[in-house]
Design a protein around this ligand. Structure first.
Ligand SMILES: Nc1ncnc2c1ncn2[C@@H]1O[C@H](COP(=O)(O)OP(=O)(O)OP(=O)(O)O)[C@@H](O)[C@H]1O
Ligand SMILES: [Mg+2]
Length: 315
C-alpha cells in the first residue's frame, strides 16, 4: 500500500505541474492558429471599410487557397468588381445624358439670342422657330427613350404575352420602311418570310424591328439595299435585317448596345441619332427571353438578327 500511495502522490505532483503547462501551451497555440486563420477575415473587414468610404478600386490580395476564406475573398472581389463596373456605367450614363440634352439646348439658345438682338423680317423668326421645334422634338425623343429605359431598369415596363404572328408584323414594318428608304433611294426588300408565331408584345416587337430597319437605312449608302428575312428552326425564330452600309468594327459589336454609344463612322456618316435605339432593342428582346445578335465588319455592311423563342417548339 505504501508504494502504491507513493506512486499516486508522484502522479498527483506530475498532474499539478503538467496540466497548467499543457493548458498554457495549447492556449498559446490556439490563439496563434486562430489569429492566423482569422487574419484574412480582418483584411476583408478593413477592405470593406475602405470600400464603404467610397474607394471601389480596392481588391483583396488573394492567396490561391481553395479554402473557405479563399472562396470568400474571391466572391467579395467579384462583387466589388461588378459594383465598380455598374457605378462607372451610371456615372458615364449621367454625363452622356446631360451632354446629349445640352447640345440641342445650346443650339436653341444661340439661335434665339441672335434673332432677338434686333428686329428682323417675319421669315427669320419663322425659320428660327422651326429649327427650335426640331431641337425640341429631338429632346422629347431622348427624354421619352430615357424614360422607357429607366422604367425598364426598375422593372416597371409591363409587356403583353400574347401570340404575335411575326409574318404580318414583318410585312407591316416592310411597308413603313419602304417609305423611309424612299428619300435616300434605298430599297427595302423582303427575303424569305416563314410563318412564325411567338409569344410577346406586338407593339414592342414592331418597335424593335423598326429600330433595326431604321438603322440599316440610316447607315446604308444612297442607292443601297436592305433586306428583311424571317426564318425559324425547331426552337427559335430568327428575324434578320441585312444592309451593305458602313458596317461596325468587331471591337464595337458589344458597345453599340450601350446607351449613347455611337461609332465614329456613324457620327461622320450622319448627325441624326442619339445612340439609344439599340439599347431599347436589347431590352425588348430581353423582355421576350430573346437576344439581338450582330454580324458586321467595317465597310462591309451589317446583319442584325433578333432571336426569339418559339411558343411551341416542335419536337
Ligand atoms: N446597321 C448598322 N450599320 C452600321 N452601324 C450601325 C448599324 N446599326 C447600329 N449601328 C451603330 O450602332 C450605334 C448605336 O445604334 P443605335 O440605334 O443605338 O443609335 P443611333 O441609330 O445612333 O441613334 P438612335 O437613338 O436614333 O437610334 C450607331 O450609332 C452606329 O454606330
Ligand atoms: Mg438607331
Amino acid at each position: 500500500m505504501e508504494s502504491v500511495g507513493e506512486t499516486l502522490h508522484r502522479f498527483l505532483i506530475l498532474l499539478v505541474v503538467a496540466i497548467p503547462i499543457a493548458l498554457t501551451v495549447s492556449l498559446a497555440g490556439g490563439w496563434f492558429l486562430a489569429g492566423r486563420a482569422l487574419r484574412p477575415v480582418d483584411e476583408i473587414t478593413l477592405a470593406a471599410q475602405r470600400i464603404a468610404a467610397g474607394d471601389l478600386s480596392q481588391r483583396l490580395s488573394m492567396t490561391a487557397a481553395h479554402d473557405e476564406i479563399g472562396r470568400l475573398a474571391a466572391t467579395f472581389n467579384n462583387m466589388i468588381g461588378r459594383l465598380d463596373a455598374s457605378f462607372r456605367q451610371i456615372r458615364q450614363f449621367t454625363s452622356d445624358a446631360s451632354h446629349e440634352l445640352r447640345t440641342p439646348l445650346t443650339v436653341m439658345k444661340g439661335e434665339t439670342d441672335l434673332i432677338l438682338r434686333r428686329s428682323r423680317p417675319m421669315e427669320d423668326y419663322k425659320s428660327v422657330l422651326e429649327s427650335n421645334l426640331e431641337e425640341i422634338d429631338r429632346m422629347t425623343r431622348i427624354v421619352d427613350e430615357l424614360l422607357f429605359l429607366s422604367r425598364a431598369d426598375t422593372g416597371e415596363v409591363k409587356i403583353e404575352a400574347l401570340p404575335v404572328a411575326l409574318q404580318a408584323l414583318v410585312e407591316d414594318v416592310h411597308r413603313q420602311a419602304t417609305l423611309l428608304g424612299h428619300d435616300r433611294n434605298i430599297e427595302v426588300m423582303l427575303g424569305t418570310v416563314m410563318p412564325v408565331v411567338v409569344q410577346g408584345d406586338d407593339l414592342r416587337l414592331r418597335e424593335l424591328l423598326l429600330n433595326l430597319v431604321e438603322n440599316a437605312i440610316k447607315y446604308s449608302h444612297p442607292g443601297g439595299k436592305v433586306e428583311i428575312t424571317l426564318l425559324k428552326d425547331r426552337r427559335e425564330a430568327r428575324l434578320s435585317v441585312t444592309d451593305h452600309g458602313i458596317g461596325i468594327a468587331p471591337g464595337d459589336h458589344q458597345k453599340i448596345f450601350q446607351r449613347f454609344f455611337r461609332t465614329d463612322m456613324a457620327r461622320t456618316h450622319t448627325k441624326k441619332g442619339t445612340g439609344l435605339g439599340l439599347a431599347i432593342c436589347a431590352w425588348i428582346a430581353d423582355l421576350h427571353n430573346g437576344r439581338v445578335e450582330v454580324q458586321s465588319d467595317l465597310g462591309q455592311g451589317s446583319i442584325f438578327t433578333v432571336v426569339l423563342p418559339l411558343v411551341h417548339p416542335s419536337a
